[in-house]
Structure formats: C-alpha cells, structure tokens
Design a protein around this ligand. Structure first.
Ligand code: SF4
Ligand code: SF4
Length: 541
C-alpha cells in the first residue's frame, strides 16, 4: 500500500517518508551512494518501489494536486528506479555495463501500475511535460558525472527553491563549471550539451544554443551574461563510472571521445567536416569500414580541397582528419593543418589514428594546441584487432595523462559497413545493443580527390545517394544537400532497413539500389550528369 498523508478532509497526498529514510542512510556527504548499505536496507527501497507502483500523478491526480507534486513524484521515481536497477546487478561498474546493455530502455518500472523505461520517465514524462531544465540537477542515473544524490527526497513543498539550490550546488563544482576569463573559455558539464534544447529553448542554430546555455549558466552563477557571451564553451567528459561510495572515480588517461558539434538547420554552414585522404593503412582490420590496408590508396589534400573545406565549415567548427592512417603522411597532414590555420580556421582539429606511430601522432598534437586525437578502440584495447604495441600505448597514455581532453578512444560499436558488413560481432559491439542500428547521421566528408560524400563510414561507397557535390559546388548547395540527406536517412533509409530487418549501414552497402536518393526530397533534384559515379551500382566494392 502506498503511504499516504491525509491533508484537509479527504485529500491523501503521496509521501516520501521511507524514501528519505533510505537516502539518509545510503547517501554520503559527497552525494555518492553506499551500495553496501543499500543492499542491507533493500527492504526500504523495495517498499518505496511498491508505493510508486501503486499510484502516480497519471492514475491518481487528486493525490498530486499541483505541478510540484507531480514533478516531485517523477524525479523521486526516476532516482529510485535507477537504484533498483543498479542493485539488481551490483557490483556493476557502470550503468553502460549491465548485462543486456539496456539500462535506460528496459520497460520494467511500474509507476501507478503503468510500466515504463527510465528513458520514458526522463524524456516523455519529465522533459516532455514539465519543460524544467533544472531537473537535470536533480535526476541521478548512478554515474559520477551526475549531480550529487540528494540525501532526502525531493518534496513538493519548496520544490522550486530546492531545484534552484541543486542547480547552484552543481555549478559550484569546478568539474561542472569552470570559467577561465584569461582564455575566454567556459568548461561545463556535458549535461549542457546532451540537453542543450532544455537550457536554450527551441533554438535551431549553434549560436542560439550556445547563448541559451551561457544565459542559464550566467543566471545561476551570478556572472554577467555579457561577460560570457563570446566565451568558447568546452564540454567536459562525462564520467559514466558508477557513483559508488566505495570506489574513487577513476577516469582512464584515455577516455571515450564525444563529438562537440551538433547539426542545426539554421546554422546554414557545416559545424563539422571530415577530410579523407584514402584508405592506405599500416593495419588491415577485418571489419574496417573503409577497407583500410597497406594496399589502400592515398592522395594528399590539395590547396583546392583545403580552400573548399574552409568555404564549407564554420571557422570555429571542427575539422576531422581520417583515412587510412593519417600519421603515415604526417608531413602532408601538418602542412594541411598549418594551411587551414593560416587562412583563419580557429576551430578544433581531430585526428583519427590507430596510434601505432605514437611519437608521430604526439608531435602532430603538440604542433597545434587546438587539436585532439581519437584512437581506434579495438587496437587500443586489443579487442578484435591486433593490439597497440606496448611502448606506443605507454607513450600515448603518459601524454594523455599530461594533456587532459586531448586524447581519446573511439566508441566500441562496430558498424555493418565496409569490410565488416556481414560479420557477427560480440553482443556488446553490435550497433543494436547500443540502440545504434539506424543511421548515426555523421557530418559529411570532403575527399582529397575533391568530392563531398555524405558519410565517413561509407566513404568508399560511390553510390549517388552519398554524393553531395564537389569542390566547385557552392557551400550553400552543399549544406542544403546534406540537410536533405539527413532527412532522407531518417525518413527513407532507416524505415527501409527496419522493414528488411537489417541495420541501416548494411542497407547502405547492400541494398541501396532499392531506394531513391536524397535528391528526391529536394525541390529540383537532378543527378549530377557528369559524375563518373552517377551510373554505378552501390555497394559493389
Ligand atoms: S580500422 Fe583504422 S587501423 Fe584498422 S585498417 Fe581501418 S583505417 Fe586502418
Ligand atoms: S546508415 Fe549509411 S549513411 Fe548512415 S552511418 Fe551507416 S553507412 Fe553511413
């Protein structure tokens, strides 16, 4: 039975007595969770979970008379369901390492008799109904990057003030918000990127989002917005390690890479662009998306190509070099970076590398302070690929330790495209395990041969579906084509792949000829008549 408080004559309100009792026992002063104590007092958690399953604001609205009552219920419910899910698999080390990988999507939590997933509660209920950005400083998904767990329930009475205080406390931590006035940079939690629209409203340009986030930070830190308005925002790494009081947070010297830029239609200019110079590589990974090998091709980026990149990507955006293995042509890469800098590119350079030539990679990074590198996950960890030589790994890790947020690994997913199209991977490396079976909508690529291609993973696929233009195509046309490609990927490609029960990447490689291309979504959409690839069937390599 739900614990109910009688207020007035016959209005029983939901109450959080046993939840607070539990939190006071298990939450440490630093806002971590003592999971050993949680196990010892699991009956309290179980009791609260049962109460949540009995009523909710949806099924018994008279017991939640104000929006604050409803909001408090859903925040507390989310946090309690998280603890229940973690305790079922403790000592798990991260919510991303649970057995089925579906921590946030499992539909298993009963709220008022309705079974929901954590994502349902966060996105559909909390974000969808309440439009209250400060929930992100109240929700705790059992990770070190989350706001500290509150040692009491969120009560409806005084909830606005509680959320305000929680926000200020979160931003008071250096790890969540650090303003460097000398460098004109503000380092904030990645929560601000994950939920940018919650902080910035329905803006659809990078600048509007940036200002929305900065306005929010200014409001809650007391810094004048005018001071911060032209500061660069750096999003800190999100630590997904379990918020376990018995384990110190341990970020590895080389952590997962997360891209900085997001596509916004109103930008009118690409925020990110890949530069690809061929699939020549000193490795030949069996699943390589670009068929990389020592037999691969290579062509250096010409000044014509680099000028085209400058015209297409935002000056303060992100240019990503990949191949093949870029360090095999380090002089040419260095020259390209210098060329772009000399012509005003002030954004971030990202270099995708297997790290085998560790010293060369470090020299490249040392040559430009606004650069980072992303190592191949499989090679770095020696999983499904020949591992990195020990000396190279040690060198890179030492450099990574001394240069936080400059050296990363890619994500563990292996995509069914390129050489790996028909391979079966370990369960936790399969795209669908990570809800990535659809198109991942990467930013486009400019090849060193001068063509713009819509997908860095499928870069060796010459299908017309991917052709966005070439170095002669006006930047605005390229942007429009790319935008149409994204729409096509979501409205045509993904549904077609689902229908055929394959991943969208496999669809791209094997069955693209069955689909119209993105030009069908443009007002006037001729195929480039003089394109050498226009008549070739896709996926024939
Ligand atoms: S995955 Fe990277 S390291 Fe492996 S063959 Fe392809 S390009 Fe080379
Ligand atoms: S679905 Fe196609 S376009 Fe999307 S990431 Fe995969 S290969 Fe690229």
């Amino acid at each position: 039975m739900a614990e109910l408080i009688q207020v007035g004559t016959d209005t029983p309100l939901f109450n959080y007595t046993c939840w607070t009792e539990l939190l006071e026992i298990i939450v440490t002063p630093a806002g971590k969770v003592d999971y050993t104590l949680l196990m010892q007092h699991h009956n309290l958690l179980q009791r609260f979970i049962t109460e949540l399953g009995t009523v909710s604001p949806d099924t018994a609205p008279d017991r939640f008379p104000t929006p604050e009552h409803a909001l408090a219920y859903w925040i507390n419910a989310y946090n309690a369901f998280v603890l229940a899910a973690v305790s079922a698999e403790y000592p798990v080390r991260s919510v991303w390492k649970v057995r089925d990988g579906q921590f946030f999507t499992r539909v298993q939590h009963s709220a008022g008799g309705v079974t929901l997933s954590l994502n349902d509660i966060e996105h559909r209920v909390l974000r969808g109904r309440f439009h209250e950005p400060r929930i992100h400083f109240a929700l705790n998904c059992a990770s070190n990057g989350c706001p500290p767990m509150r040692p009491q329930a969120f009560e409806p009475t005084g909830l606005q003030q509680t959320l305000h205080t929680a926000t200020q406390q979160f931003l008071a931590s250096e790890w969540n918000c650090r303003i460097d006035h000398a460098q004109k940079k503000i380092f904030v939690s990645r929560l601000f990127r994950m939920y940018a629209e919650d902080f910035a409203g329905t803006a659809d340009s990078t600048l509007e989002y940036r200002h929305g986030v900065l306005r929010f930070v200014a409001e809650h830190t007391g810094e004048p917005f005018e001071t911060l308005a032209d500061y660069a925002i750096v999003y800190n790494i999100y630590d997904w390690g379990l918020n376990d009081a018995h384990r110190d947070p341990q970020l590895r010297p080389i952590t997962f890479h997360e891209s900085v830029e997001t596509f916004h239609a109103k930008d009118g200019v690409l925020r990110e662009l890949y530069l690809y110079d061929g699939n020549f590589c000193n490795r030949a990974c069996s699943w390589c998306t670009v068929f990389g090998s020592p037999q691969g091709w290579y062509q250096a980026h010409t000044t014509r190509v680099l000028d085209s990149a400058l015209a297409t990507v935002a000056q303060d955006g992100n240019i990503k070099f990949y191949g093949g293995e870029p360090t095999l042509h380090s002089e040419s890469l260095l020259a390209a970076m210098r060329y772009l800098r000399a012509r005003g590119f002030s954004g971030l350079f990202t270099i995708y590398s297997n790290g085998v030539k560790a010293r060369t990679l470090i020299d490249l990074l040392d040559s430009d302070l606004q650069s980072e590198a992303v190592l191949n996950y499989s090679i770095y960890l020696g999983r499904d690929a020949e591992p990195l030589p020990t000396s190279a790994k040690a060198l890179l890790e030492a450099w990574g330790r001394e240069h936080p947020m400059r050296l990363f690994t890619g994500y563990k997913v292996l995509y069914h495209v390129g050489a790996g199209v028909d391979m079966v991977f370990d369960r936790d490396r399969e795209p669908d395990y990570h809800a990535l079976a659809g198109c991942v909508l990467c930013f486009p690529v400019l090849k060193s041969t001068g063509e713009f291609h819509a997908c860095p993973l499928a870069i060796e696929n010459p299908a017309p579906h991917f052709q966005l233009g070439d170095v002669h195509t006006p930047a605005a046309t390229l942007f429009n084509n790319y935008q149409a490609f994204r729409t096509w990927a979501v409205t045509v490609l993904d549904p077609a792949a689902r229908e055929r029960q394959i991943t969208s990447c496999a669809m791209c490689q094997k069955r693209l000829a069955e689909l119209p291309d993105y030009r069908s979504l443009l007002p006037e959409a001729p195929l480039p008549a003089n394109s050498p690839n226009a008549s070739r069937r896709p996926g024939t390599h």
